[in-house]
Design a protein around this ligand. Structure first.
Ligand SMILES: Cc1cc2nc3c(=O)[nH]c(=O)nc-3n(C[C@H](O)[C@H](O)[C@H](O)COP(=O)(O)OP(=O)(O)OC[C@H]3O[C@@H](n4cnc5c(N)ncnc54)[C@H](O)[C@@H]3O)c2cc1C
Length: 256
């Protein structure tokens, strides 16, 4: 499928009911849930590497609430898709659900949408994010040509959150452990890294305040154009996704 490097789709897709086929812990902080069943036939795959779905849960008032997750991998032969969930404690709906998801459980989702695929015209690639963006970064790294060059900086809370990612030989993957969650951690890596010549294609997603710091480092300090950077918050500390999404309409929620 021909694909522009940055597209977006907000067209509504029908809800699909899937069944948990398997789950496996990649680390103590990340659990992979494999979903399949008859509903998979209605899943309309997309070419973007950050394709995401809206998972539907019921809150304590029996209201439907959604949570946004990347589809890490689609296996058309097995008729399954994988979603990697950050397990971030007992708070929330999706994280705790994934931590105890057992084969046979059902999950309703809408989507996918998508916004990024590696720009084949770029000279080099820069991937920035935290554990929530690892599925999208992993999918992008896997889609790069074998001779691609660049770097990835991924911020995690602890050493045992590090996962092995397949990347082209010329793309250095750096794990940055910061238990203090300093807002400038990733931005400081951008400031301190060796900057290559040529046009960079940047994908930067993760905690909202960290992304605001990256906005300054990438646009104000490195002078990049909007068109060469995919940048957004995936979540915000101390906010449920409902509040995080609602705050996008307020100054505090705006990255760009
Ligand atoms: C396009 C997109 C793609 C995403 N892809 C993924 C993905 O593939 N995997 C993934 O794990 N997340 C992903 N996220 C982030 C995910 O949607 C949020 O983390 C979401 O808030 C989790 O929902 P919850 O019900 O577990 O927690 P919520 O009910 O939303 O929040 C409860 C509490 O947990 C905190 N919290 C939420 N997420 C995290 C976290 N990652 N680390 C620490 N604390 C947290 C909140 O700040 C809040 O205090 C993506 C987000 C977007 C917008």
């Amino acid at each position: 499928m021909a694909l522009a490097s940055r597209t977006s789709s907000r067209s509504p897709r029908p809800a699909i009911d899937l069944t948990v086929v398997a789950s496996s812990w990649l680390t103590p902080h990340l659990v992979r849930v494999t979903l399949g069943g008859p509903g998979f036939a209605r899943f309309e795959d997309r070419a973007e590497t950050d394709k995401y779905v809206k998972l539907m849960f019921t809150d304590t008032d029996s209201l439907i609430v959604t949570r946004t997750y990347t589809v890490r991998r689609v296996d058309h032969e097995a008729q399954t898709l994988d979603i990697d969930f950050v397990v971030h404690g007992d708070e929330g709906l999706a994280g705790p659900w994934a931590a105890s998801a057992a084969p046979g459980a059902s999950l309703r989702l809408m989507g996918p949408g998508g916004g990024y695929a590696p720009n084949t015209e770029a000279s080099w690639y820069l991937y920035l994010g935290d554990l929530s963006a690892v599925p999208a970064i992993a999918a992008a790294l896997a889609a790069l040509p074998a001779d691609a060059v660049g770097a990835a900086f991924i911020e995690v809370d602890a050493e045992d959150a590090i996962v092995t990612l397949d990347a082209p030989h010329g793309v250095d993957v750096h794990w940055v452990v910061d238990a203090e969650h300093a807002t400038e951690t990733l931005a400081d890596r951008v400031r301190g890294m060796t900057w290559r010549d040529g046009t960079v294609d940047v994908f930067a997603h993760g905690e909202r305040e960290s992304m605001k710091a990256l906005r300054r480092a990438l646009f104000d300090e490195r002078g990049l154009d909007r068109g060469q950077v995919s940048l957004s918050g995936y979540w915000a500390r101390g906010r449920t996704e409902d509040r995080f999404q609602a705050e996008k309409r307020e100054p505090i929620g705006q990255i760009l």
